[in-house]
Design a protein around this ligand. Structure first.
Ligand code: SF4
Ligand code: SF4
Length: 367
């Protein structure tokens, strides 16, 4: 049965406008609670929280728990790499920051066709193989955002890969720009293990509309989060399901859910289909709030935060609050209409969103 993994990319902040400002005391509480309830797998990356996620992992997990009490994955930032000398430099920096001698899993981060080519040209796959031979990595993998065809070709060329981290959730299962179902089938064909990222699609599936909730409630009274996790946990070869948790309530709720992950029956699968149709009809922006796009924006536009507010536009109860949040964001960040369409962000977006066009929609809604 799949286990819950703690994704260290949406940790509590001391300044909500500064993604690097991790709240150490609150994060410590979360980590301790996760481990107390039986959790052990942590997922971090070089770029999460502008580099501070790995550092916090080292201080709060590796320094305070025995090595056999936790597992850790981190990732090589392929989107920032220009030259092969950077592989050992970044890898050694990661070992130092995470305060470990080896990583349980190590991934090439956010691969798509372009970055796979780049990784192959720069010797990225050879590099991680060498680190495994030296005992600094236990298992090799990559996180992936492209078509099933690209995944199939890549796994064919790289039998050394033991696990792929895929974006799977009920909304993306048949989504043509994600191909979750087809990617899952490819992973099974190659016999590799699977980690699931974005099981709640960056929080989207934890905030579905009242109409969508009513569809689930008509079938049973599981929480909407439980519906999403149950969908994922029933899939073959899934080892870990990641959740970027940032409150004790989330940890308590998720860990309880993972103790009771019954597969969905026919009736429940039909409810999932209806909810998917309802969400598609509502026309929300498919942003998972990963923040990969924000670091290089010359106008410091709070892209994921604006998209989140846009997705809440039908929530009339929160309208005034959202308008207030929008105004507050514009005081310290560029406005959606400040976008100069340089497209630096679009190149980094794993969801392949047309960010410049979507910001125009947000501007029409709020400005
Ligand atoms: S296209 Fe707009 S939002 Fe994207 S990086 Fe350029 S200015 Fe920022
Ligand atoms: S717009 Fe794309 S890159 Fe930016 S936070 Fe959303 S999903 Fe991530």
């Amino acid at each position: 049965m799949a286990e819950l993994a703690f994704g260290l990319m949406r940790l509590p902040l001391t300044d909500t406008n500064d993604n690097a400002s991790i709240d150490i005391e609150k994060t410590k509480e979360l980590i301790d609670r996760f481990i107390e309830l039986g959790g052990r797998y942590f997922d971090t990356a070089y770029v999460y929280h502008s580099g501070n996620s790995e550092k916090i992992f080292g201080e709060l997990v590796a320094d305070r728990y025995k090595r056999e009490e936790f597992m850790v994955t981190t990732k090589m930032p392929m989107f920032n790499l220009k030259d092969k000398e950077e592989f050992p430099k970044i890898f050694n920096e990661q070992l130092t920051k995470c305060h470990v001698d080896y990583f349980d899993y190590y991934f090439l981060h956010a691969l798509d066709e372009k970055r796979i080519k780049q990784a192959e040209e720069l010797g990225g796959f050879e590099f991680i193989k060498k680190m495994k031979e030296e005992g600094k990595i236990k298992h090799l993998g990559f996180s992936f955002h492209d078509s099933a065809k690209v995944l199939d070709e890549t796994l064919e060329r790289h039998p050394e890969i033991e696990l792929v981290q895929l974006q799977i959730n009920y909304l993306d299962w048949d989504n043509p720009s994600v191909e979750a179902k087809a990617c899952h089938e490819v992973a099974l064909k190659h016999g590799v293990d699977i980690n699931i990222m974005e099981p709640l699609k960056g929080g989207t599936l934890a905030n579905i509309s009242n109409e969508a909730k009513a569809i689930f409630n008509a079938v049973n009274h599981d929480s909407i989060i439980k519906w999403a996790f149950r969908f994922n946990a029933q899939l073959k070869n899934v080892k870990y399901i990641l959740s970027g948790m940032n409150s004790l309530d989330q940890i308590n709720e998720n860990m309880a859910i993972f103790k009771d992950l019954r597969p969905l029956d026919q009736n429940e699968m039909e409810a999932i289909d209806k909810v998917v149709n309802q969400i598609i009809k509502e026309g929300n922006i498919d942003c998972t709030a990963c923040h990969y796009c924000t670091d290089g924006c010359p106008k410091h536009i709070a892209i994921p935060e604006y998209f989140h507010l846009y997705n809440e536009r039908f929530n009339t109860q929160k309208y005034e609050e959202n308008l207030g949040s929008f105004k507050k964001l514009t005081q310290t960040n560029g406005k959606p209409s400040d976008c100069i369409a340089c497209r630096a962000c679009e190149d980094k977006c794993p969801q392949h969103l047309k960010i410049t066009e979507l910001l125009k929609k947000v501007a029409r809604q709020f400005e």
